[in-house]
Design a binder for this molecule. Structure first.
Ligand code: PPE
Length: 314
């Protein structure tokens, strides 16, 4: 018998909350927290990996910049500076005593007032860290995902502010993912409001066609940090990378397609809407990016040391 994973509310350890580490089980908030009712909050998903020099956080400064940008878009004034937020993420990860794990900064409103007109709400920041070894079944990392185009449209740029990684945006992703999972698929592909390919529910998408890499422009997908990492790798390998509008049938006839994201890392897409992509297994270009990504995050490549921040004290 295997024991069920403990609830996220009932674990040992510490969570950084409003400037200090508090015991995990005490990192709670009131049910009239504004964000719980209206979804105005922002978050990040960051990973730390084991390296020869101890755990290092991958692209910490880029994630922290995006966190601050998301807050600015949502008009949330964070009571912490960029440096304080970077330090806090390192502190949480040190306290976790993990070698590898996921780090989740979150900014949310307090419970001083209710309603859409609420004024003077306090802004709280929490940062938790936990082991999250593989977002998808490890088999899928090799075999690839069976994906369905979603019946849900990705946010329109003037409905949700897509540059913000905002709490409420994920309603859309969760509806799309649960629809896909109910149908037996591993993930959903979301189209934008004009019918062009946007992104997965928590990942950006890439195609490989005749030796060229294509990915949707940033107008209706999150400015993914893994997306950027893969684009840097692709250009270093001499590939042309084109950011443009892509139609769903272009994905059907691509040589390879894959998703990127902090949680997902690099994941091949083997089928979309019942059509095999290329050979229907992980393609060589996807495999190359997967291995380059893992080499980089684990510090086994000398490529981009600037992307890794040690967790240990300076
Ligand atoms: N698009 C969406 C909608 C998205 O949520 C993510 C990250 C990405 C693209 C990729 O962005 P980046 O991580 O910077 O490469 N999704 C986060 C949340 C996943 C979750 O299940 O929670 C993540 O990967 O951490």
């Amino acid at each position: 018998m295997t024991l069920a994973e403990p609830s996220f509310a009932d674990r040992d350890g510490s969570i950084w909350m409003d400037g200090e580490l508090v015991p995990w089980r005490e990192a709670t908030t009131h049910v009239l927290t504004h964000t719980l009712h209206y979804g105005v909050g922002v978050f990040e998903g960051v990973r730390a990996y084991s390296t020869q020099e101890g755990p290092q956080i991958f692209r910490l400064t880029d994630h922290t910049k995006r966190f601050l940008d998301s807050a600015k878009i949502m008009r949330m004034e964070l009571p912490y500076s960029f440096d304080e937020l970077c330090e806090a993420q390192r502190e949480v990860f040190r306290a976790s005593k993990l070698d590898e794990g996921y780090i989740r900064p979150l900014a949310f409103y307090g419970s001083e007032a209710m309603g859409l007109r609420a004024q003077g709400l306090s802004v709280h920041v929490s940062i938790a860290s936990w082991p999250w070894p593989s977002y998808m079944d490890p088999v899928l990392q090799e075999r690839g995902l069976n994906v369905q185009t979603s019946s849900y449209t990705r946010h329109h740029v003037n409905i949700s502010m897509c540059k913000a990684k905002a709490v409420g945006h994920y309603i859309n992703s969760i509806l799309a993912l649960s629809e896909a999972n109910d149908g037996g698929y591993d993930e959903a592909l979301m189209l934008d409001n004009e019918g062009y390919v946007a992104e997965g529910t928590g990942e950006n998408i890439f195609l490989v066609k005749s030796g060229v890499i294509h990915t949707p422009e940033l107008t209706s997908c999150l400015a993914g940090i893994t997306r950027d990492t893969v684009m840097v790798f692709a250009r270093e390998l001499g590939f042309d990378v084109i950011e443009r509008r892509i139609t769903r049938d272009e994905v059907y006839i691509a040589d390879e397609a894959f998703f990127t994201g902090t949680a997902a890392e690099v994941l091949p897409i083997s089928q979309l809407d019942g059509r095999k992509i290329g050979t229907g297994t992980r393609g060589p270009v996807t495999e190359k990016f997967q291995s380059m990504y893992l080499e980089e995050v684990h510090g086994r490549s000398s490529g981009h040391p600037e992307w890794r921040t040690p967790v240990k004290k300076d």
